[in-house]
Design a binder for this molecule. Structure first.
Ligand code: G3P
Ligand code: CA
Length: 269
C-alpha cells in the first residue's frame, strides 16, 4: 500500500443513510432525511425521477404503488408509473402511511424541497439518477436544479455532493456536463473494465454481496475522474457485523437503512 492508501484504510468508512434513515421513517421523504439528521448522520442517499409534466421528484420505484396510496386515489391509472402522473397528482398521495400511521400525510418531495431540507440540516447528498433511460435529458435538468438551489458552488461540489447511477452513460453525461461534480457508478464492473469507468467516475459503488478484499484493492489502485484514488461505497448494509467486516476490507462508504447501527459498528474500525 502507498502511504495515502494506508491512511485511507485507517479512517472509518463514511456512513450514508439509504433513502434517508429508511429503516425508521418512510424512504425518500423529508421525514427520513430529518431522521438521519437526528441520528447525527450527514450523508443521505436519495433517488430522483421525473413526472409527466417535467418536475423532478424523489422516489425509488418507477411506479407509485409500493410507497404511496396511488391505487386508492387513482384506481384507473394502472400501471401507476411515476412518469404518467403530474406533480399536482403525485402531491395528492400519502407517502407515509404504508410505512407507519405515525407518518400519515408525508408527501413525495420534489428535488428542490429535498435540497432545501439538506441545506437546512447541513447534510450531504448522494443523489441517484434512477432509471435514466426513462428520462432523456434528466442529467442536465438535475444539474440545473442543483445550480438553482446553490448546490453547485465550490463548497458543495468539493465535499457535499455526489451524483450516482446504475446507468454508466448517465454518469458519463454528468461528468461531461459538469466535470467538477463528483460521480459514482452503481454496480460491480469486472476488474478489467475499471480503468474505463475511472475516466468518468470517482466511485465504484457495488452491492456488498459482491465486495471482496481483492475488489476493494483493485478499485483503490486506480485514480478516479478527479485524479484521487477511486473510491468504493457499498450498499445496502443493515447488519453491524457485516458492516464491520466491510470496514475491515477498507471500503470508503457504507450505504444503510440503519445508519446508527452501522456507525456504531464501524467507528474506530
Ligand atoms: O445507493 C445504493 C442503492 O440505493 C442502490 O440500489 O435499488 O436502493 O436504488 P437501490
Ligand atoms: Ca438508490
Amino acid at each position: 500500500l502507498s502511504t495515502a492508501q494506508a491512511a485511507e484504510r485507517q479512517s472509518d468508512p463514511v456512513v450514508v443513510a439509504h433513502r434517508g434513515a429508511s429503516g425508521y421513517a418512510p424512504e425518500n421523504t423529508l421525514a427520513a432525511a430529518d431522521k438521519a439528521h437526528q441520528l447525527g448522520i450527514d450523508w443521505v442517499e436519495n433517488d430522483v425521477q421525473r413526472t409527466s409534466d417535467g418536475k423532478l421528484v424523489v422516489i425509488h420505484d418507477t411506479d407509485l404503488t409500493r410507497t404511496t396510496d396511488v391505487e386508492e386515489v387513482f384506481p384507473d391509472r394502472a400501471p401507476w408509473s411515476v412518469s404518467d402522473f403530474t406533480l399536482a397528482e403525485i402531491r395528492k398521495l400519502d407517502a407515509g402511511s404504508w410505512f407507519s400511521a405515525d407518518y400519515a400525510g408525508e408527501k413525495v418531495p420534489t428535488l428542490r424541497e429535498f435540497l432545501r431540507k439538506m441545506t437546512r440540516n447541513q447534510q450531504k447528498l448522494l443523489l441517484e439518477i434512477k432509471a435514466p433511460e426513462l428520462y432523456p435529458g434528466i442529467e442536465a435538468q438535475i444539474l440545473g436544479e442543483l445550480r438553482g438551489s446553490g448546490w453547485l458552488d465550490r463548497r458543495h461540489v468539493r465535499d457535499r455532493l455526489i451524483l450516482q447511477s446504475f446507468g454508466a452513460e448517465s454518469v458519463r453525461t454528468v461528468h461531461t456536463l459538469r466535470p467538477d461534480v463528483k460521480t459514482g457508478f452503481l454496480g460491480t464492473p469486472d476488474v478489467s473494465e475499471l480503468p474505463a469507468y475511472a475516466e468518468f467516475t470517482d466511485q465504484i459503488n457495488p452491492s456488498y454481496r459482491t465486495v471482496t478484499a481483492d475488489y476493494v484493492d483493485a478499485v483503490h489502485q486506480l485514480k478516479g475522474a478527479h485524479g484521487k484514488p477511486l473510491e468504493l461505497f457499498t450498499w445496502t448494509v443493515n447488519d453491524g457485523a457485516v458492516a464491520a467486516d466491510l470496514a475491515g476490507l477498507g471500503v470508503d462508504g457504507i450505504i444503510t437503512n440503519t445508519p446508527d447501527v452501522v456507525r456504531d459498528a464501524v467507528s474506530g474500525s
